[in-house]
Ligand binder design. Sequence first.
Ligand code: NAD
Length: 350
Amino acid sequence: MKICVLPGDGIGPEIMAEAVKVLEALGLGFEMETALLGGGAVDATGAPYPEATSRLARAADAVLLGAVGGPQWDTLPREQRPERGLLGIRKELGLFANLRPAILYPELANASSLKPEVVAGLDILIVRELTGDIYFGQPRGIETRNGERYGFNTMHYTESEIRRIGRVAFEAARKRNKRLCSVDKMNVLETTQLWRDVMTELAPEYPDVELSHMLVDNAAMQLVRAPKQFDVMVTGNMFGDILSDEASMLTGSIGMLPSASLDENNKGLFEPSHGSAPDIAGKGVANPLATILSAAMMLRYTFNQEEAAARVENAVKKVLAQGLRTGDIHEPGTTRVGTREMGDAVRAAL
Ligand code: NAD
């Protein structure tokens, strides 16, 4: 069980240290090796995704990533920007399935912009296809036609692309409450009619999972009207981009949100949904929970260690119930702690 650990920039090293300590405390014998990615990698080697990191990432079973980027690298040529490192590793590892849970712990219900009763206890998972759709379709561009500028993109999916993301979503639903909602726009777009057809064809292979379909406009509305009706949602790259951000923001606390991107063999890249937070880097105040919860996703999806994953998630619930909060989720009446204290509390709660 080899893990490639990429702390990255900004708060990355601080939050990663806590996640690594939690993994070590589980005593499962992971082999962890650390490498450079992002701005730090540019400074040390001239490249945001150096060859040594690529070798390690390819050889590992999973990659755990902090965050990359910072203002000091924003003026570099595009090829050397830290974000290029991220795109590089995602592409090289063939990560086509993006899993983003949106969980709102009852203790944090006030952090949401929605009424607490609408969101308290929310626990949904958005499965987004990551390597196809209109974001990658050819032809694309901006041209001049008939004396005016003309912009165009191409939406397409093959049935095998839809089937493989469908399988990830059905399997994920199996590990949860066994309800899957597939989101499309079949009333207007043929590509998504095919999406719906293929999802429907897959359903008999998963008789224990209840499949439903929803149009994307309605899904966007239902997410803010009654989000707790959903368990797992699956959708294409573009709709997923928008819906996963919408869903995650229902929780209101960016420091709490993990994510996973998987390849065909469930090898994955696991990272918090937030960035490198340069404004608080080095101060010891960042919330490490999104990274710790990303490690829990790694246990579940790559290593099939459901029990260990649940132990970590329950430990996080316990520290929240104890009233411990980093600055980003702090409210009057709770105890403000730093990054390290929060990590230590999670380990103690294990
Ligand atoms: P950000 O997510 O880094 O920060 C947004 C706000 O949330 C900031 O106020 C920050 O302090 C706060 N925040 C984020 N994570 C937190 C945590 N764990 N605990 C407490 N507070 C937290 O987004 P940004 O400011 O737009 O971007 C900063 C840098 O991060 C940029 O260079 C950007 O390119 C990069 N970035 C990287 C990733 C990634 O590595 N996947 C994702 C997004 C942005």
